[in-house]
Design a protein around this ligand. Structure first.
Ligand code: AMP
Length: 280
């Protein structure tokens, strides 16, 4: 496994890889867990070389405190990457990624960024688009892997790659969960014992919403989810939304033949957790 900190040395190395070989890329913000490793395993299985980046991207954080408190566990991350046979790790500084200034490009995501995360985290998706575009231009992978854990992000990146005409396949990967259902997240290590014990309520409620969705109206399902969290002292609901699975536009009525997804964001103290589920 080779670790690069600089764009120049990384691109030089990658340019020497035989063009008949495929490169799979997994961008991360580190504090790696089994969810990340599942993406890396898939990239390993489907490509000749796997590149993983670890970069806590400042332009996608709307709150300085969230950025400052984001877990950073580089040495453990590198040990894990070695064990899963990652070939190349890119750990750039902010200066290396943003040589001029760390500001976001403004994208047209065809409305995909107008709801849910886009509504509650101002500028978040322009920040994500900016860093992913830059990383894809540096690494030039054949395939890049993103988790459905961040479903809205996955669709936004697919849209960005399409509009920017970047020559890469964007591959969505299943959400990897703890045995009790909590979606794995780098933020989970910040949860207190009590918060961690309550957190599986998020996925439990999503499953209940899915069951209810079969025979109840959208407003009934939403009202159910809201009252579950009103009763919970440790988890505060930021939003629960039912949206069209392709346009991500929130809906108030179901149409036959359409696919819907439930999206949730919950605060455990100051720690923000998100999850989502296919409803039909
Ligand atoms: P992050 O380090 O949180 O930016 O995540 C890097 C990539 O891993 C993103 O594509 C995430 O969607 C994905 N990811 C994070 N958590 C999970 C999970 N529990 N299951 C699957 N993919 C995940």
């Amino acid at each position: 496994m080779i670790v690069f900190k600089e764009v120049e040395t990384l691109t030089k190395y990658i340019s020497k890889i035989d063009k008949t070989h495929t490169i799979g890329f997994v961008p991360t913000m580190g504090a790696l867990h089994k969810g990340h490793l599942s993406l890396i395993k898939r990239a390993n299985d489907e490509n000749d070389f796997t590149v993983v980046s670890i970069f806590v991207n400042p332009t996608q954080f709307d709150k300085a405190e969230d950025l400052n408190k984001y877990p950073r566990t580089l040495n453990t991350d590198l040990d894990l990457l070695e064990k899963v046979d990652c070939n190349i790790v890119f750990v750039p500084s902010v200066q290396e990624v943003y040589p001029v200034n760390a500001t976001s490009e403004i994208f047209n995501f065809a409305g995909l960024d107008k709801y849910m995360e886009g509504l509650f985290r101002e500028g978040h998706f322009d920040g994500v688009g900016t860093v992913v575009k830059r990383l894809l231009e540096i690494v030039k992978p054949d395939n890049a892997y993103f988790g459905e854990k961040d479903y809205q992000q996955l669709l936004i990146i697919k849209k960005m790659v399409e509009t920017e005409k970047l020559p890469v396949n964007i591959i969505g990967c299943d959400i990897y969960r703890e045995p009790d259902g909590l979606a794995m997240s780098s933020r989970n290590i910040r949860l207190s014992k009590e918060q961690r014990k309550e957190a599986p309520q998020i996925f439990k409620t999503l499953n209940e919403a899915k069951e209810m969705f079969k025979n109840s109206s959208i407003s009934e399902v939403k009202a159910y989810v809201e009252q579950v969290f009103q009763k919970n002292k440790l988890l505060e609901l930021e939003y629960f939304e039912i949206a069209d699975a392709s346009s991500l536009k929130p809906v108030t009525t179901k149409k036959p033949g359409e696919k819907y997804r439930g999206f949730i964001a919950v605060f455990a103290g100051k720690i923000r957790l998100i999850d989502n589920i296919a409803l039909n």
